[in-house]
Write a protein that binds this ligand. Structure first.
Ligand SMILES: Nc1ncnc2c1ncn2[C@@H]1O[C@H](COP(=O)(O)OP(=O)(O)O)[C@@H](O)[C@H]1O
Ligand SMILES: [Mg+2]
Length: 393
């Protein structure tokens, strides 16, 4: 029997979703039991692990992602190395849940984005768009012995979409409500908001990047600790500083915040050059490192408010926070200060804040093998629904 036919005929599937985000902090793996397909998809999360990258892996991701570093040897070998790390993350989530790897039916792997160019760049005299996620799926497939779906973004990009965001499709399946509009604010390296209008169809969904999530905070902490700490654990450093109104208004005078959706952002805008300018400004104002962290944390929350206030044609009735930023109590406090709606954690709904994106790729993979379209053209800008993902058997 064709391996995909066997999968399609099974009542429920054990699917692992893999995600490595712009923070380059680690490889996340979520295991879920998925039943049904399309709008009838049911998902039961079973476990989650995040394998932290050693410093040299993280540094290599940031180096290769900078756009002008790394040759074909680096890209080739790193692609296979990330495939190995992806396989390790799969095995780790199996161990954690007591499920044997032979029982896994399917894996959906996002991989690590190294370059994302949704707007045409001039290349060899032609306008070219593209996106590149690494982590060779064949390595996972060989190691686990089950089909692996990978390389999701390219299909949406080819259909003239931005290739992002992809999580809203899964969010629609999991979080939609008939009687209230739900806002899902993910706070990874970048912050992104999805709004599911009450009783809406998939095409009523809208989503965009709100601005930096943890990216600026992480860089400040890494600088002030000489690389000892990668992030502001439990928001403690920000909690010990004072918010500088002067620096905050400088940060809020930001072209990205004025730009209407669809819009996406990343390390190109809020990376090293931005943090250089920010620290120079902070020094001129006589601020301490903790004040800088406090102000950057407040800025992340202020970006979420700006998104809610300026660019939501349907205002969400509540905001559910996901991503690693949900572990930062100072940031949560600032969000609750600023937003006029309840700010809740995924845990209150029985989900895991950190597992959410990885679960989304398990769902997208399941939809792919069932031949269901799994992009949301209203959020990616694609000209039509497509089935994203390439299947390794
Ligand atoms: N206990 C914590 N306290 C504060 N911040 C945290 C904590 N745990 C995770 N984070 C933040 O979450 C980030 C990782 O979030 P994640 O959702 O994995 O982002 P990405 O999708 O960009 O990889 C870390 O870089 C860090 O800034
Ligand atoms: Mg991460």
């Amino acid at each position: 029997m064709h391996p995909l036919q066997r999968i399609r005929e099974k009542e429920s599937l054990l699917v692992i979703g893999l995600m490595s985000g712009t923070s380059a902090d680690g490889m996340d793996a979520a295991l879920a039991e998925i039943t049904g397909a399309g709008l009838n998809t049911r998902v039961k999360p079973l476990g989650f692990v995040s394998l932290s990258y050693p410093a040299e892996i993280r540094e290599e991701i940031l180096r290769l992602a900078s756009g002008d570093a790394g040759g074909s040897r680096d890209l080739c070998l790193f692609h296979f190395l990330l495939g190995e790390l992806s396989l390790e993350a799969c095995r780790a989530v199996c161990r954690q849940t007591g499920v044997s790897p032979e029982q896994i039916d399917l894996v959906g792997s996002h991989g690590q984005t190294l370059y994302h160019a949704p707007a045409a760049e001039s290349y060899l005299g032609r306008p070219v768009r593209g996106t590149l996620q690494l982590g060779e799926a064949s390595v996972i497939c060989e190691g686990l012995g089950c089909p692996v779906v990978s390389d999701f973004r390219v299909r949406d990009l080819a259909a003239r979409g931005q290739g992002a965001p992809l999580v809203p499709y899964a969010e629609y399946l999991l979080y939609r409500q008939a009687d209230r509009s739900v806002g899902l604010q993910n706070i990874g390296g970048i912050g992104n908001l999805t709004v599911l209008p009450a009783g809406g169809a998939p095409e009523d969904t809208f989503a965009f990047d709100t601005g930096p999530g943890n990216m600026v905070i992480d860089q400040l902490i890494s600088r002030m600790t000489g690389g000892e700490q990668r992030y502001d654990a439990d928001g403690r450093i920000a909690a010990s500083g004072r918010i500088s109104e002067a620096l905050l208004s400088w940060m809020l005078d930001d072209e990205y915040l004025r730009q209407p959706p669809p819009k996406t952002t990343g390390r190109e805008r809020y990376g090293k050059a931005y943090v250089d300018a920010l620290t120079a400004r902070g020094d001129a104002l006589g601020l301490t490192a903790a004040d800088l962290a406090a102000t950057a944390t407040r800025f992340t929350a202020a970006c979420v408010l700006a998104a809610y206030r300026d660019f939501c044609p349907v205002k969400p009735d509540e905001l559910i926070i996901g991503g690693g930023g949900s572990r930062n109590p100072t940031l949560l406090r600032f969000l609750r200060d600023l937003l006029p709606i309840p700010v809740r954690l995924n845990e209150e709904l029985g989900f895991d804040s950190e597992a959410k994106e990885a679960i989304a790729f398990a769902i997208l993979a399941s939809e792919c093998v069932h031949g269901c379209c799994n992009n949301v053209p209203s959020v990616t800008g694609a000209s039509h629904p497509v089935v994203m993902g390439k299947i390794s058997l």
